[in-house]
Ligand binder design. Structure first.
Ligand SMILES: Nc1ncnc2c1ncn2[C@@H]1O[C@H](COP(=O)(O)OP(=O)(O)O)[C@@H](O)[C@H]1O
Ligand SMILES: [Mg+2]
Length: 326
């Protein structure tokens, strides 16, 4: 079967800063492919190249076998795009936004009206179809943006951080819609900085760091790495230096890091480690101020999987390290 997305050595430079660095991967039809990485990793830049908004410096991408550069019209016909910048018109109603988008795609009147009606149903916007979008909540606007991206019956849907900034209920609604769309046959390319979101939704996950793909794996592999990187944070009443040595001697602890007055203990067995922390402290007559178990972070998991550190690159940072406004 033709891959839904095929990427080869795709690269984007801004001046002499490499935002995306020779990435290659395929997404099969029917997948929800997660593109997971911290802020500044290159997710949006990649999405913009894959959807023909931005021209690659090097490399190529095909959407359903159409080269996004050489055959961009055919490629774009097969895709829907939801960027991180919402493209709804506040002065129009939900219905008008959908119809307007249908016109942009060149759909005939009957077809665009039928599709708009179906989408209002699917995205639970039928009741507010005639209301001005300006009055919509963030979640409603996001639903409408996704609906607009689907007016053309896209085979491949690109979603750039679709749940970022939404309330819990809206996040759940959007995730359910993504699943439903996928079950109905849409291939999904989803960027996120949220490891749990990627785990919950995706069939495969690429982790991107500083413009390079560190690893491509399944949610199962990611979960296993998460289980290995549980940690416990401990603060003692006294701040003596022998605390570190004492913690490092614990059997259930793999590694200890000190951050100021906090000690972070990495373990695969958080329950055992907790017990041992209390026993060890008591044995040495140390008083504990606080003990917290921490969920693994993307940084922890990435380090576990690749041996590399995640780097947070500032938004719009140039190669010289100056902040720039876009
Ligand atoms: N137009 C631009 N000019 C210069 N640098 C940019 C531009 N767009 C993005 N960058 C830089 O490229 C890197 C990747 O950005 P981006 O793709 O937006 O990351 P993400 O979406 O993963 O947060 C960041 O360091 C960002 O500052
Ligand atoms: Mg982004």
């Amino acid at each position: 079967m033709t891959p839904a997305i095929s990427v080869s050595e795709l690269t984007k430079m801004f001046g002499d800063f490499t935002a995306v660095d020779h990435i290659s991967f395929d997404v099969e039809q029917g997948e929800i492919f997660g593109f997971l990485g911290p802020n500044g990793a290159g997710k949006t830049t990649t999405t913009r190249m894959l959807t023909g908004i931005s021209t690659p410096t090097e490399g190529s991408a095909h959407i359903m076998n159409h080269d996004i550069q050489r055959d961009s019209f055919a490629a774009k016909e097969r895709m829907g795009v939801v960027t991180d910048l919402s493209n709804v018109y506040n002065d129009l109603s939900a219905w008008e936004n959908l119809i307007f988008t249908g016109k942009l795609y060149g759909l005939g009147k009957a077809k665009r009206e039928k599709k708009a009606d179906e989408l209002l149903d699917m995205f639970a916007l039928q009741e507010v179809r005639s209301e001005n979008v300006r009055e919509f909540s963030g979640g409603m606007k996001r639903r409408l943006t996704i609906a607009m991206a689907l007016i053309n019956d896209a085979d491949v849907l690109f979603l750039d951080e679709p749940t970022t900034g939404l309330d819990v209920q809206s996040v759940r609604t959007i995730r359910n819609l993504i699943r439903q769309l996928n079950e109905e046959g849409t291939t999904i390319f989803l960027t996120t900085h949220n490891m749990h979101e990627a785990n919950e939704l995706c069939t495969r996950i690429a982790i991107i760091n500083q413009g390079r793909i560190g690893i491509i794996g399944t949610p199962e592999e990611l979960k296993q790495a998460m289980e290995k990187t549980h940690s416990i944070e401990v603060i003692f009443e006294n701040k003596e230096s022998e605390n570190l040595q004492m913690l490092e001697s614990m059997k259930s602890v793999r590694e200890v890091q000190r951050h100021g007055e906090k000690y972070r203990l990495y373990t695969t067995e958080p329950a055992d480690a907790l017990r041992e922390v209390f026993e060890t402290a008591q044995k040495h007559g140390k008083r504990l101020l606080s003990v917290n178990t921490l969920v693994p972070t993307l940084e922890d998991v990435f380090l576990e999987l690749t041996g590399e550190k995640i780097v947070h690159r500032g938004k719009f940072q140039t190669a010289k390290g100056k902040k720039k406004r876009r």
